[in-house]
Design a protein around this ligand. Structure first.
Ligand code: HEC
Ligand code: HEC
Length: 503
């Protein structure tokens, strides 16, 4: 069986060869007055791969059969031991942490600064928690990351670190000697977020209007003084976390084969991989996890979430997120009684949570063979969505967890960074990712979000309320593709979206 992700589609076609098809496809559409006549020759591809039955089983043996209620199920083909570990890990993902010292030594160590008390509070049903409303808010599901706006200073903020933790366990400094030298006596949450929306109006080529919501963000009530001048904010809504083990199991070579940072093939798309430190080995590796691919593997991503989001130290991130200026935070950490030798989550439990994330299944594709979905599938390839949303891989056969090895999977992502234009830009760096770049979002399973969480939110900060809006926000390298989408007829747009919802 062939996987066109890397071979059939990515490398074989030449964009010049495709110009002909564009004309054919576009002349079949109703042309509206706003349609760009200049749809770039890169925007339509003639190679629509033959439908492959494995497309039904998005995640190979890690596909599960449950639909609608939740994304939180282990893959079908796991053995009982794996399922047991999955559910044990799940309990640490679900249950809230409390401040130390406490009677429940297993789950204490919360904070001193934190975002929420549990993983599930942000990753509801394995997906995205209810997005925080606009207004003056103490954010819950939205995470404000801090990064440098300046390529020459890549440091995070000297006072607030790399992330705003809006909450804190209560602790007050009592030592007068310290209080005299230090302006803040209490361990308090770092900031509030002011969020508002401005409307952007637009029209499809067929004359149908659309409206997008552009979020505006500002931090307020900064509790420990101003941010450093080079620091900018990047607001993110907790992403889906199913299928992560399989993304971890893609061979690095299969990713790097797609790299084209300087666009040497001249197709307007420059897949670039972030290069990030592995915090255990200090080796620089390809980044895979997080909206800018900041972490090289799932273990590090989960360990970082414990420390950064909940304030739970572990063997990968041994220090609390208190900076030197946050004196009360440092004292509170000591008061909790956890020392380096006594990490707040020991390795065996951290590993269970990693296992839970790793074995988290993916729902199967639905109604893929219906006529409309097939028409949408054709458009997906003709519009060139697959240039970034790489459909398929076979995972590494040497991956240590057998159930995840050598699986044919359909995640629809290259895990690479792309310049997505000014509209989506946050202006901050994360290692090699710049302020315009984002990692291609996986598309598997996203069509069930409405059923499982009662909400549909897309893109890094959840600004898009529908898949159509998500596509309309695509810019930068994806500008020609977006334009081609705008030029489609209503029927074609609906078919494309049905396909995205079906995978
Ligand atoms: C306060 C909300 C919040 C909490 C709590 C939280 N996360 Fe996340 N999670 C996020 C955000 C936001 C991201 C994206 C981070 C980035 O872009 O760097 C993320 C990313 C992830 C990813 C990577 C997803 C991907 O597509 O790359 C995984 C896996 C994950 N979290 C697991 C966890 C686990 C396990 C916990 C508990 C230990 C947890 N998260 C707690 C908000 C949260
Ligand atoms: C140049 C690369 C590129 C192309 C081409 C592209 N995308 Fe994307 N797509 C991305 C990136 C990067 C993101 C994440 C952006 C963000 O989070 O702000 C994304 C996000 C999405 C999302 C939101 C997913 C979610 O869960 O948040 C959808 C839906 C989507 N793309 C569909 C499409 C479709 C359909 C096409 C073709 C019409 C397409 N994309 C073409 C790079 C691309």
């Amino acid at each position: 069986m062939k996987h066109f992700s890397l071979h059939n589609v990515k490398s074989i076609y030449s964009t010049r060869l495709l110009a002909f098809t564009i004309l054919v496809v576009l002349s079949a559409c109703d042309r509206g007055p706003n349609q760009s006549k200049n749809v770039s020759s890169q925007s339509i591809v003639s190679v629509v791969p033959t439908f492959d039955l494995s497309e039904h089983k998005t995640a190979g043996g890690i596909t599960h059969k449950r639909l609608y209620a939740s994304y939180l199920y282990p893959g079908e083909k796991l053995n009982n031991k794996q399922k047991l570990n999955f559910w044990s890990g799940f309990s640490f993902f679900r249950d809230p942490w409390v401040a130390a010292p406490s009677a429940t030594g297993n789950r204490d160590g919360l904070g001193p600064l934190f975002n929420t008390r549990s993983c599930i509070a942000c990753h509801t049903a394995g997906s995205r928690a209810k997005i925080d409303e606009a207004g003056h808010i103490l954010p819950l599901s939205l995470v404000v990351r801090l990064g440098s706006k300046d390529s020459s200073i890549k440091d995070v903020d000297p006072i607030y670190g790399g992330q705003i933790q809006p909450r804190a366990i209560s602790y007050r400094l009592t030592d007068t000697e310290i209080i005299e030298k230090y302006p803040y006596t209490d361990n308090v949450g770092e900031a509030w977020l002011d969020k508002s929306y401005s409307k952007i109006e637009g029209t499809f080529a067929d004359g149908e209007p659309y409206e997008l919501l552009k979020p505006n963000y500002q931090l307020s009530k900064l509790a420990y003084g101003e941010l450093a001048p080079h620091i900018g904010i990047s607001v993110r809504l907790a992403p889906n976390i199913f299928g992560m083990g399989l993304l971890n199991a893609i061979k690095t070579d299969d990713l790097l084969e797609q790299e084209d940072s300087n666009d040497s093939d001249g197709n307007g798309i420059s897949a670039k991989y972030n290069r990030v430190p592995n915090v255990i080995t200090n080796v620089i590796e390809v980044g895979r996890f997080g909206f800018k691919a900041k972490h090289p593997n799932l273990h590090q991503q989960v360990a970082a979430a414990f420390r950064d989001d909940i304030g739970i130290t572990n063997s990968s991130f041994v220090n609390e997120s208190c900076t030197a200026r946050q004196v009360a935070c440092n004292y509170a950490a000591e008061y909790g009684g956890h020392s380096l030798a006594d990490l707040e989550i020991p390795n065996n439990r951290l590993d269970l949570v990693v296992t839970f994330n790793e074995l988290l299944g993916v729902p199967p594709a639905r109604k893929l063979q219906s006529k409309t979905v097939q028409a949408g599938r054709t458009l997906f390839y003709q519009l060139n969505c697959q240039q970034c949303h790489t459909p398929s891989y076979v995972t590494d056969e040497a991956y240590p967890v057998k159930a995840l090895a050598k699986q044919t999977i359909w995640p629809y992502t290259d895990l690479a960074l792309h310049d997505m234009g000014e509209g989506l830009a946050d202006g901050v760096y994360e290692f090699n990712a710049n302020g315009h770049e984002w990692r291609t979002a996986p598309l598997w399973g996203i069509g069930l979000q409405q059923y499982t969480t009662g909400q549909q939110r897309f893109l890094h900060d959840g600004r898009a309320r529908t898949i159509s809006e998500a596509i309309l926000w695509h810019g930068g390298e994806a500008e020609p593709v977006k334009k081609a989408y705008v030029a489609l007829t209503k029927q074609q747009r609906e078919a494309l979206i049905k396909f995205v919802k079906a995978i």
